[in-house]
Design a protein around this ligand. Structure first.
Ligand SMILES: *[C@@H]1O[C@H](CO)[C@@H](O)[C@H](O)[C@H]1NC(C)=O
Ligand SMILES: *[C@@H]1O[C@H](CO)[C@@H](O)[C@H](O)[C@H]1NC(C)=O
Ligand SMILES: *[C@@H]1O[C@H](CO)[C@@H](O)[C@H](O)[C@H]1NC(C)=O
Ligand SMILES: *[C@@H]1O[C@H](CO)[C@@H](O)[C@H](O)[C@H]1NC(C)=O
Ligand SMILES: *[C@@H]1O[C@H](CO)[C@@H](O)[C@H](O)[C@H]1NC(C)=O
Ligand SMILES: *[C@@H]1O[C@H](CO)[C@@H](O)[C@H](O)[C@H]1NC(C)=O
Length: 899
């Protein structure tokens, strides 16, 4: 080259500068290439620094300038030198699949670069604004490098971009919005295995991308809804798996080129739309491990489908339609945007099986929907109007927009609608006057369209306006409440009469039913308002009228309870317990009831609402071996439960205190019957419909006896609804020491097996006539279970000595006692899983009752027709009789008296 130099000097002066520059760049290219050659090393590259780089292998030149370096997959190590930036004619830089490390150099002067293949190397850093000036860039591949960077505006200059592949190269932050709009030719965007967060930008809907791979982000992952793909009509391959995308699948009907969809391992909710299953272009669909709802989708057999239906929230595990109620609830969830909270907590095809926010009655009708504080967005679905049995709809404290649908006025059973603290607007539909409608905290309610939707800072005058507005609203509300409660007072007479009728009806088997009804006037004149010394819960002035606002027809006015218990007189006390005092109540017609008045503070204010909802469930529990809860009166001050009256009192009296009470000792036959009754009652609680109840406080003082000495389990005050078998509810330690299962006492976690333990203790008491905990003469504390087990396992003689001496020890009796004793030990096993379930217990005891002849005649008799029904049969009958909250008293009492 040097030899040619003087020749250039002879050329015309005006060309001189240009030519010097030209020579300069040629010289620069050469020195840049030499520098490159010395910074990398490779066994297969034979680049000789003494020759023209344009003669080197894997290097192309045009007009003496280097235009391509293609040294991919050649075992190259080393680094890329900064002088590469002078190869301004370079169109291809391919160094992929090597072991090149260090920083990527600044090569922003390479404005003609079209192909930049850097992937599969060990680059550790990338300059800021690396892509600035790459106006010609078409294909970029930079994946599989240990970088740490984020995509910036610099890439926007590469407006001809077709492929941008940057998987697993330490990308941080969000996907920039410009991919959709700045690259009209973009076909492939591959950003998998990075550390990207945020959502798919809205502009992607405008893009012409065919291949979008955003799967498997590390760290925070990609989030948000995937609605935007609905507009990506060119897409063929869409890999979004292993992220945290949520919300429903959008409409796929325009994605007619989609071949390969992978959404595995996200949190996509809602049903699989027909627009996807019907897409004829599809070849492969992967949906496993989301929160998909609705029916199991059916794809064409040509589609390779990866979908584990058991990992989703489909209504069924096979093809077929969802239950009608499930469909309605799904369409309700749809207008909230299929939020995760429902997808996670609504499983299966039975909306009454403990679905979050849904309460059913025992006929399987939805009666309460409580989505209060669920963080819901979106609108109130008009489909709420299809849940005809609905009594309460509580949607307060969400971010709901739109209007209150007029379909809600179709709900004939609706008593309460609470939509307070949302962002609703529009007219409040006209509900029946007995529906409580709460709309506070919706600034735009009543207005045609929402104002202040953007939530900009309010001026002080508008705050003043709002304050005065809400003051006005409060005044109007107060006036309404006043009017409402007054109105109720006026119509009280019919309420009292109804209730009295109901009481009378449910006790119409009472032999001495007299006809002298309590008239309203007598009730009212007796109804001295609260505030005297019988009520120590509160000294506040009476607001008791509000308790009439309670929208359930088993509510009993306080005045009536006060009347029937003769002002809660001492003479009428049937018993006292930790939770309060039980009074005998009697109507003029002789109808008796047990009135349990809870102690002040027996239930904290926190527990009150929970207690209330539980009570409303338990008022519908009907079983011949459970004491029926006939009604209740609950308000801030008084918590009173009214049970059916059991004339023979508690098992405690008959088992332990019979001498003192002047009673006869129980025969073995009676004890066996009582055991069977209790077992059946508890079995029923445990397997009640789809739900399970745990009694938690089984003991003889909670077992009540009728005149026929048949037993019923009472005191549901502590009953907690429990999840299925293997789960347990953590609960405040209740129950009574001596009957507590060890794991319950130790951890406070309770399963149905804790009841089985307590039941075992009761069997031991029935056998021995001893209390679960008793002090003997020497004052030594004495644990029945330990003692009984020792006696039972030591020897026959020892065991016989443990049996209550008042049980006739005939041979037949002894073998029956022995079988029951074995069962008792089994029930009191230390490990919960070793204990039988109540179904087994019932089988064992009833086989004894049958085998042991003297029992069975009146056993059958007093049970009447229902005796031979299995539990599922009984449930079915029960459901067919269609009890619901709304059913009238005659239906209820019809059930409680055994149909
Ligand atoms: C690059 O790799 C070589 C070995 O191939 C090593 O000696 C050198 O330290 C590495 N440089 C950097 C910056 O990691
Ligand atoms: C990167 O290298 C790995 C093996 O090191 C190979 O499996 C992969 O196919 C390469 N990727 C590309 C895009 O060449
Ligand atoms: C991912 O990003 C977060 C912050 O956004 C950071 O703390 C974390 O170290 C990153 N992880 C990786 C593997 O880069
Ligand atoms: C799809 O495109 C239409 C028309 O541009 C637009 O109105 C709509 O909002 C887009 N949908 C989504 C989900 O981005
Ligand atoms: C409704 O649910 C909320 C939050 O889950 C709870 O605080 C409230 O007590 C419930 N209301 C009723 C009436 O059950
Ligand atoms: C709803 O929000 C209001 C105002 O923030 C609050 O006073 C009320 O207690 C909340 N109600 C529930 C049920 O969370």
């Amino acid at each position: 080259m040097h030899a040619k130099f003087p020749l250039f000097l002879l050329l015309l002066p005006f060309n001189l500068l240009l030519l010097i520059l030209c020579h300069q760049t040629l010289a620069d290219d050469a020195s840049a290439m030499h520098e490159l050659a010395s910074s990398i090393s490779s066994a297969s590259l034979k680049w000789s620094t003494s020759s023209d780089p344009c003669t080197w292998s894997h290097v192309q030149c045009f007009g003496g300038r280097v235009t391509a370096i293609q040294i991919g997959n050649m075992g190259v190590s080393g680094f890329l030198p900064a002088s590469l930036n002078s190869l301004t004619e370079l169109t291809r830089l391919e160094v992929m699949g090597n072991r090149i490390n260090g920083s990527l150099p600044d090569i922003s002067a390479l404005s003609k670069l079209q192909y930049l293949f850097l992937h599969n190397n060990s680059f550790t850093s990338i300059p800021q604004n690396f892509f600035t000036g790459f106006n010609s860039l078409v294909y970029v591949s930079i994946g599989n490098n240990p970088l740490y960077w984020s995509l910036g505006e610099d890439l926007k200059s590469a407006s001809n971009l077709v492929n941008f592949a940057a998987s697993d190269c330490g990308l941080q932050g969000q996907i920039p919005d410009f991919f959709g709009t700045s690259f009209p030719s973009l076909e492939l965007l591959e950003l998998s295995f990075n550390n990207l967060t945020g959502g798919i930008p809205q502009s992607f809907g405008d893009s012409t991308m065919k291949f979008l791979l955003l799967n498997s982000q590390k760290g925070g992952k990609l989030t948000g809804r995937i609605d935007v793909i609905t507009n990506m009509t060119s897409i063929q391959q869409l890999w979004l798996h292993s992220n945290l995308f949520s919300g429903p699948l959008p409409d796929f009907s325009e994605l007619v080129n989609l071949v390969d969809l992978d959404l595995r391992d996200n949190q996509v909710t809602g049903p699989v739309p027909d627009s996807l299953t019907k897409l004829t272009s599809l070849k492969s669909v992967v949906l496993t491990n989301n929160l998909l709802q609705g029916p199991v989708p059916v794809f064409s057999p040509n589609v390779k489908l990866d979908l584990d239906v058991t990992l989703e929230r489909f209504c069924r595990t096979d093809e077929g339609d969802c239950d009608a109620k499930v469909n309605i609830l799904l369409s309700i969830a749809k207008s909230f945007g299929y939020p995760k909270i429902f997808a996670e907590n609504w499983r299966g095809n039975n909306a009454c099986s403990r679905w979050l926010g849904i309460t059913c009655d025992y006929a399987g009708n939805i009666v309460v929907i409580n989505f209060s504080r669920f963080g819901l967005n979106g609108m109130i679905s008009p489909d709420f109007g299809s849940l005809t049995s609905l009594q309460k709809l509580l949607l307060s404290n969400n971010s709901l927009t739109g209007t209150i649908p007029t379909t809600l006025t179709n709900l004939k059973n609706l008593r309460e609608l609470d939509v307070s603290y949302n962002s609703l607007h529009g007219k409040i539909p006209s509900f029946d006057e007995n529906v409580i409608v709460i709309t506070t905290g919706n600034p735009d309610i009543g207005k045609d369209r929402p104002e202040n939707a953007d939530g900009t800072k309010k001026s002080s005058s508008s705050i003043a306006l709002i304050v005065s507005f809400s003051l006005g609203a409060i005044l109007i509300l107060l006036a309404l409440v006043f009017y409402y409660c007054k109105k109720i007072k006026v119509t009280e007479s019919s309420g009292v009469d109804n209730w009295l009728n109901r009481m009378r009806h449910s006790n119409n088997d009472s032999p001495k039913a007299k006809k002298d009804n309590i008239s309203l006037s007598s009730v009212s004149s007796n109804a001295v308002l609260l505030g005297d010394n019988t009520n120590k819960c509160s000294t506040k002035s009476n607001t008791d009228g509000l308790s009439f606002c309670e929208p359930t027809n088993l509510v009993i006015p306080f005045e009536i309870l006060r009347h029937v218990t003769e002002n809660f007189s001492e003479e009428n006390i049937l018993g006292r317990g930790g939770f309060g005092t039980v009074y005998k109540g009697e109507l003029h017609d002789g109808t008796k009831m047990a009135v349990k008045r809870m102690k002040c503070g027996a239930i904290g204010s926190d527990g009150f609402i929970e207690f209330k909802s539980e009570i409303s469930v338990l008022t519908r529990v009907r079983h011949r071996n459970l004491v029926s809860l006939l009604g209740y009166c609950l308000n801030e001050k008084e918590k009173i439960l009214v049970y059916e009256y059991m004339p023979q009192g508690t098992l405690t009296e008959h088992l332990f205190e019979w001498k003192k009470e002047g009673l006869e000792p129980l025969t073995w036959k009676q004890r066996l019957c009582i055991g069977l009754d209790v077992a059946r009652g508890v079995e029923y609680l445990h397997r009640l419909a789809q739900q399970s109840f745990i009694h938690r406080d089984l003991k003889p003082s909670n077992i009540l006896l009728g005149d026929d000495m048949r037993a019923k389990v009472s005191d549901f005050g502590l009953v907690k609804r429990a999840p299925d078998g293997q789960y347990s509810v953590e609960t405040r330690l209740a129950g009574t020491f001596g009957y507590l299962a060890p794991e319950y006492a130790a951890t406070g976690r309770v399963t149905t097996k804790a009841d089985v333990y307590s039941f075992g203790v009761i069997l031991m008491e029935l056998i021995t006539g001893r209390r679960a905990l008793e002090s003997n003469q020497s004052g030594e504390s004495f644990h029945l279970v330990t003692w009984f087990r020792r006696k039972y396992y030591t020897s026959n003689v020892e065991f016989k000595s443990a049996i209550d001496p008042y049980i006739d020890q005939e041979e037949e009796t002894l073998s029956s006692v022995s079988t029951v004793a074995e069962l008792a030990c089994y029930c009191c096993a230390r490990e919960a899983h070793q204990r039988p379930d109540m179904g087994h217990v019932v089988n064992v005891i009833s086989s004894q009752a049958e085998a042991w002849k003297p029992v069975d005649e009146d056993l059958e008799e007093s049970y009447g027709v229902e005796f031979n029904l299995t539990l599922p049969e009984a449930l079915r009958q029960w459901q067919e009789s269609d009890i619901s909250l709304t059913s009238d008293a005659s239906q209820l009492s019809g059930i409680s008296s055994g149909r």
